[in-house]
Design a protein around this ligand. Structure first.
Ligand SMILES: [Zn+2]
Length: 460
């Protein structure tokens, strides 16, 4: 069974499921007001890999990830551009899915939109007020964190130390600087919903607690997101559930930062390099490979060099796939199916061991590249059955990680095929000037030319 580092306990722990055989996951999705950044890409890939691996392990996964379609930033952008908040949100949600599809991130089973859940949020806020846990001010309704048992669990700080570290509050109506808005009262020109405590809109932390519990039920298995969400977002979601006496997430998982040229990836630092930009300029699989090369909690550096290295590694995979005619995408095959498909049981066991141990994807990937070497050696030696067996294992394991291989051999027209044959003859008869001339000709026609022991291989 998969073990993951749990932010709440600070330990690597086996996932203990609410319902045997079934996993319920809630991963905080984007606020749709701009193109996605690299950090969005990373968390989406990390949790996609976790989801796929759980499915590969034979578990049924329900994956829920929200779209925040009402928020200060959306409202500001809409106002600045003279559009409605819904127009802005729709535009950038479309951009989001386009990027996710390009990355090969499986669509969630549930994609709740905040604006569809406002009545339930109003109900929750009313409940918090009725219990005396939340209080009204002139601009909203706030949850008082003072009485919340275990507040600071995810931030790994006591209430005292959080309080002393809190920014000096301008809002004198708040009882503690740590108290957070569960409801924001309407300001002129803003969209709003009616509520007993004044028209307005829900706070972000309220959105996720309502939708996760609403869709997945109490005590769902895993709540995830980027490391920046652990505190205060997830802490504050949890605080509301605690006040209401509702069992919340059993496990908390957070992924590490994306570092761009040595700086922490955060929009507020202004070093914004978008995911959309990366996808326009590189093979989308390169980002997945880059993410897999690091442990999910470690920071990763995304720049031309690291993406370029990932592209080179992809070529090794793709070349093997072409050489052996491996299936492009074996996603959806689980570990039992992998054995039936002829994968190497020892390699499979090593993969599972690495992944089960807090998702050691770098180790799993290193194992896959060892298999690539083995498959090529077997193919060089003419051991076809062994090459196919090991190559199939590569395809299966890449499929489990959501990494499709470069695919079927390219269609080679007869004229080009004749050139390849002629080049093979030239090399056999050691007519290297002629072989070089044909290479130039093939490259001019858009082919990449590779020489192997079996002769010239070409691909697009
Ligand atoms: Zn959230």
């Amino acid at each position: 069974m998969l073990s993951l580092h749990d932010t709440a306990t600070g330990r690597v722990e086996a996932l203990e499921l609410r319902d045997p055989g079934r996993v319920s996951m809630y991963v905080c999705g984007p606020t749709v007001y701009d193109v996605p950044h690299l950090g969005h890409g990373r968390f989406s890939l990390v949790f996609d890999v976790i989801r796929r691996y759980l499915e590969f392990s034979g578990l049924e996964v329900r994956y829920c990830s929200n779209i925040t379609d009402i928020d200060d930033k959306i409202i500001q952008k809409a106002a600045a551009e003279g559009r409605t908040q819904a127009e802005v949100a729709d535009q950038f949600e479309a951009v989001w899915w386009e990027a996710m599809d390009a990355l090969g991130v499986k669509r969630p089973d549930d994609t709740p939109h905040a604006t569809d859940w406002v009545p339930q949020m109003v109900e929750l806020v009313a409940d918090l007020v009725a219990r005396g846990a939340a209080y009204e001010t002139s601009d909203g309704v706030y949850l008082s964190v003072e009485g919340v048992e275990g507040y600071g669990l995810l931030g790994h700080q006591s209430l005292d130390s959080l309080r002393s570290g809190a920014r000096v509050e301008i809002d004198e109506e708040k009882r503690s600087p740590l108290d957070f808005a569960v409801w924001k009262k309407v300001k002129p020109g803003e969209p709003s919903w009616e509520a007993p405590f004044g028209a307005g809109r829900p706070g972000w932390h309220t959105e996720c607690v309502v939708m996760s519990l609403g869709l997945l039920g109490e005590g769902f298995d895993l709540h995830g997101g980027g490391a920046d969400l652990a505190f205060p977002h997830h802490e504050n979601e949890r605080a509301q559930a605690v006040v209401l006496g509702r069992a919340f997430a059993r496990h908390w998982v957070h992924n590490g930062w994306v570092v761009v040229e040595g700086e922490k990836m955060s929009k507020s630092l202004g070093n914004f390099t978008s995911l959309t930009d990366l996808l326009a300029r590189a093979d989308a699989r390169a980002y997945r490979l880059l993410v897999l090369r690091a442990h999910y909690r470690s920071p990763i550096e995304v720049n031309g060099d690291s993406v370029g290295q990932a592209v080179e590694s992809l070529e090794r995979l793709d070349n093997l796939a072409r050489r052996l005619g491996l299936p492009a995408d074996l996603a959806g095959v689980d570990s039992a199916g992998a054995v039936a498909a002829g994968a190497d049981p020892d390699a499979l066991a090593a993969f599972v061991e690495a992944m089960d141990e807090d998702l050691q994807t770098a180790r799993a990937l290193a194992g896959i590249f060892d298999l690539v070497t083995r498959a090529n050696i077997a193919a060089d030696a003419g051991e076809e059955a062994e090459a196919t067996r090991v190559g199939t294992t590569v395809a299966v394991l890449c499929g489990a990680l959501g990494l499709p291989l470069g695919g079927a051999p390219d269609d080679i027209d007869p004229e080009t095929a004749a050139l390849v044959a002629e080049r093979n003859e030239a090399r056999t008869s050691r007519d290297f000037p002629r072989a070089d001339a044909i290479r130039v000709e093939l490259e001019a026609r858009g082919w990449i030319v590779m020489d192997g022991p079996e002769g010239t291989a070409i691909h697009r």
